[in-house]
Write a protein that binds this ligand. Structure first.
Ligand code: DMJ
Length: 548
């Protein structure tokens, strides 16, 4: 055999038959085609979460469209695999995502609380245009003038709080009152302040309880308030995370009633027995004013923003209200002492939950607000070890995304403490959903502002791309999904929460923006729904200057 015969011989050394030759030529032509037109592959393949290729037919509608026709985001994503994406492109990709979400809201849910993007209709919670109000300051910050103008027109002509409807005090405070106040500050337009006064005063009946601890629900039309049907308890996070907004409302209106009501709650909780090293239980009774169900401690649902608002009120008031700072510092020490653990084998630091003295190694995605809050405290002179803890927890929150097959975090992660077991993070079937929550991108934003470490931007960019891959609905909007572990069927749930526009996209935009003065963290505090409120000009007392 001559050496060149090798090109056309099979392993046995026999000559190829005609059929084999045709196959070989077809394969050769196919490879040449791919090399000349790489985009051809997009019609046949989509990359899975770790770069392996899966057949497009196996993917969901959501996946394939995210890679397909829509243009900007898919292009940005493809180029991300080849070269670093510039900050300006990332910022533009967030604007594009917002416009896509807004398109769905406008088409199918205009003026209603939430978009149901798959069924192309809306969901109602309070009937107050929740998504529209939550998104106002995001549009302003993103520079989406046309969208802002149409939303403002709706607020001007359609929004009425004179409605026989029960609203949740906490949710309507952080989303509606907070959203209107921050939009007033950003725009200077008194329309938003007038609306803020209107909703603020309608929420006040909630505080008429035997203990002054507010009820969870208020009828804003009738002026009556009540607890949930099954209990007279309120949630601790809910009654202690309305203070930034009501204090600001008092400052702006020069009417102390709002500030007095919420600070009465703060003082009461400050003195209350039943804390464990500064950690609070999850429920408080509106009759007795005492903590109930006292054995459980978490930094997640029902307690989370209590801790956040201790620090942020201290900042809002110009760092003068020392009891807030003391409670915050004590609580962080309480976290270290009672809740902090490390996983095996990778030593990821997490904040577990305590239940009757026993540590449950699970953490809500909600807890991922904590790295950002700790970093904010350290930036404002609190101990450097707060920043060290923030760095560690940020890594864990990142891993809660990176280790999932969709690259999106579950609602709750369970952590491995056994040295002989393989995986650091496990997810129970009931906890596999993702609601488009903001906490991790919120913390990434703080971490990037304070460290300038570009890895935080890269982590945020991955999250945005995975939202686009698995939660974007072609006709407009994004949807919560039921299973972050199944990229082939992420199980869309047909709901776009208002905080996706109010918080998630806003924090992503600020994370990618090179303009550190855009909502400077030395001038504003974000409420727990990502609505920036100004830090008060300094005075000698802890009261807002206009009231002191
Ligand atoms: C938002 O309404 C707020 O961030 C709140 O503090 C927690 N839950 C959602 C977002 O996850």
């Amino acid at each position: 055999k001559s050496p060149t015969d090798g090109w056309f011989t099979q392993r046995g050394g026999e000559k190829m038959n005609d059929f084999d030759l045709i196959l070989f030529l077809l394969a050769f032509l196919f490879i040449c085609g791919i090399l000349s037109y790489p985009s051809l592959t997009e019609h046949f393949w989509i990359p899975s979460w770790r770069g392996a290729m899966i057949e497009a037919e196996q993917g969901t509608e959501l996946q394939s469209t995210a890679h397909g026709k829509e243009g900007t985001v898919a292009d940005a994503e493809d180029s991300a695999n080849l070269k670093p994406v510039k900050a300006v492109d990332r910022v533009e990709a967030v604007r594009e995502a917002f416009r896509h979400a807004w398109k769905g809201y406008k088409a199918f849910a205009w003026g209603h609380d939430e978009l149901k993007p798959i069924s192309k209709t809306h969901g109602e919670w309070f009937g107050l245009g929740l998504t529209l109000i939550d998104a106002l300051d995001t549009m302003w910050i993103l520079g989406l003038k046309d969208e802002f103008a149409e939303a403002k027109k709706w607020v001007e002509t359609e929004l009425s709080f004179s409605k026989n409807v029960d609203v949740n005090l906490f949710e309507s405070t952080i989303r509606v009152l907070g959203g209107l106040l921050s939009t007033y500050h950003l725009t200077g337009d008194t329309l938003f302040l007038d609306k803020a006064k209107d909703i603020g005063s309608r929420l006040m009946p909630a505080f008429k309880t035997p203990s002054k601890i507010p009820y969870s629900d208020v009828n804003i039309g009738k002026g009556t308030a009540h607890p949930p049907r099954w209990t007279t308890d309120s949630t601790v996070a809910e009654v202690t995370s309305i203070q930034l907004e009501f204090r600001e409302l008092s400052r702006l209106t020069k009417d102390p009633q709002y500030q007095n009501a919420v600070e009465e709650v703060t003082r009461h909780v400050h003195r209350l027995e039943g804390k464990r090293d500064g950690l609070v239980p999850m429920f408080i009774n509106t009759n007795s004013g005492k903590f109930t169900r006292r054995g459980a401690f978490t930094l997640g649902a029902r307690a989370d923003s209590y801790y956040e608002y201790l620090l942020k009120q201290w900042l809002q008031g110009g760092k003068k209200e020392t009891e807030l700072l003391e409670d915050y510092l004590q609580a962080i020490e309480g976290v270290r002492k009672n809740l902090l653990r490390q996983t095996s084998p990778s030593k990821l630091t997490f904040v577990g939950e305590l239940s009757n003295g026993r540590l449950n190694p699970k953490m809500d995605h909600l807890v991922c607000f904590l790295p950002g809050t700790l970093a904010l405290g350290a930036h404002n002179g609190l101990p450097a070890d707060h920043m060290e803890l923030a760095l560690q927890l940020m890594e864990t929150c990142h891993q809660m995304y990176a280790q999932m097959e969709t690259g999106l975090s579950p609602e709750i992660a369970h952590f491995n403490l056994q040295s002989n077991n393989g995986r650091d993070i496990d997810v129970k079937p009931a906890d596999r959903h993702n609601l488009l929550r903001p906490e991790t991108v919120e913390s990434l934003f703080y971490m990037y502002r304070f460290t300038n470490d570009s890895k935080y931007r890269d982590w945020g960019w991955d999250i945005l791309q995975n939202f686009n891959k698995y939660t974007r609905v072609p006709s407009g909007g994004y949807t919560s999904i039921g299973n972050v572990r199944d990229p082939l069927n992420p199980a869309p749930r047909d709901k776009m929460e208002s905080f996706f526009l109010g918080e998630t996209l806003k924090y992503l935009f600020l994370l990618f923006s090179d303009d550190n003065e855009l909502i400077s963290l030395d001038k504003y505090v974000f409420n727990t729904e990502a609505h920036p409120l100004p830090i008060w000009p300094s005075t000698s007392s802890g009261r807002s200057p206009e009231l002191s």
